[in-house]
Design a protein around this ligand. Structure first.
Ligand code: SF4
Ligand code: SF4
Length: 300
């Protein structure tokens, strides 16, 4: 049996999400932050990672560059690396609360970011630690001290590593008009990844078009996310990152402090109350002739 293959890794992630007490919104209700996780894999030598320098940001790391930040002495070739990606779907109660909102995010939604992202970080550390126990070098790019946002002439701003783009490479979903990643469990989620020096078969990537699951690009029948955005940060030309951040990270941060009593931010209105919120739109599934593609779970 392959002790460090896709099945083993998937079980580690699925078990942690299912059983860790850190998977919590830390509300009086005691509810979890996230639902059952989706997991996928891509190769460190996937040419997509090179194209991300052109379409995500000039400074976006390839898996090997991210790996080299932690292991500068290592002479590792891209094909010796695997990128383990996951998607943590928001729970129904969280989505339901945010669906009702028209300008500010609901409290649950913000708590799924703060402290929800702390759980995502715990999962990143857990996967790295389990791999290291097996003697496998691994790094979670997003929690490296060197990871940061950077200003970009072409992309306004971008970061050294995009979890959504790693998930796209791993076959977990495609992008919508609003830039969110539409997965088998929808667009309301948080994503994470770890780069490890091991060989794992890449997950199937059942699309070629990076907008394959978005109804706007499919047949023009939806602009739901545009209608949900309270500050017109989404148009038929795409997502205006500056307008979005001014609202989510500025106006909403103030609101969160004043009304919810903690430091946090977020919005996510375009991720809820839309046809791609909780799955790939049925019309698209029907057209591509298959049931929702659910990535490997603990059952593999
Ligand atoms: S709401 Fe509609 S237009 Fe926006 S990403 Fe989803 S399917 Fe595409
Ligand atoms: S997160 Fe909020 S502000 Fe940003 S695009 Fe979505 S709805 Fe608009």
């Amino acid at each position: 049996m392959d002790e460090t293959g896709a099945g083993w890794l998937t079980r580690i992630i699925v078990d942690f999400v299912a059983n860790s007490s850190e998977n919590s919104l830390r509300m009086e209700t005691g509810e979890k932050a996230f639902d059952e996780v989706l997991v996928g894999f891509s190769s460190g030598s996937d040419p997509l990672y090179q194209t991300y320098k052109e379409v995500v940001g000039e400074d976006h790391w390839t898996p090997r560059e991210a790996f080299s930040v932690k292991f500068p002495e290592s002479r590792t070739e891209p094909e010796e690396l695997a990128v383990i990606s996951w998607v943590l779907p928001q729970r129904e109660a969280t989505k339901q609360d945010n669906r009702k909102e028209t300008f500010y995010p609901s409290r649950r939604w913000v708590q799924a970011r703060f402290p929800g992202e702390e759980f995502n970080n715990a999962l990143r550390r857990h996967v790295v630690a389990r791999l290291e126990l097996q003697g496998i070098q691994a790094v979670a790019p997003l929690i490296l001290p060197e990871w940061k946002w950077v200003k970009s002439e072409k992309f306004v701003f971008s970061s050294y590593w995009s979890e959504r783009h790693a998930a796209y490479a791993a076959g977990l979903g495609t992008f919508g008009l609003c830039d969110g990643l539409i997965t088998a469990k929808g667009k309301a989620h948080r994503a994470g990844s770890v780069v490890a020096k091991l060989r794992v078969s890449p997950s199937p990537r059942p699309y070629e078009d990076h907008h394959a699951y978005c109804l706007f690009f499919f047949d023009g029948s939806c602009t739901g996310c545009r209608k949900r955005c309270p500050v017109e940060a989404i148009t038929e030309k795409g997502h205006d990152k500056v307008k979005c951040w001014d609202h989510a990270g500025g106006t909403c941060a103030k609101f969160v402090k004043e009304h919810y009593g903690f430091d946090g931010y977020g919005c996510g209105l375009c991720q809820t109350g839309v046809p791609c919120e909780s799955g790939i739109p049925p019309k698209i599934l029907k057209a591509i002739g298959r049931l929702p593609m659910v990535a490997p779970t603990g059952k593999v």
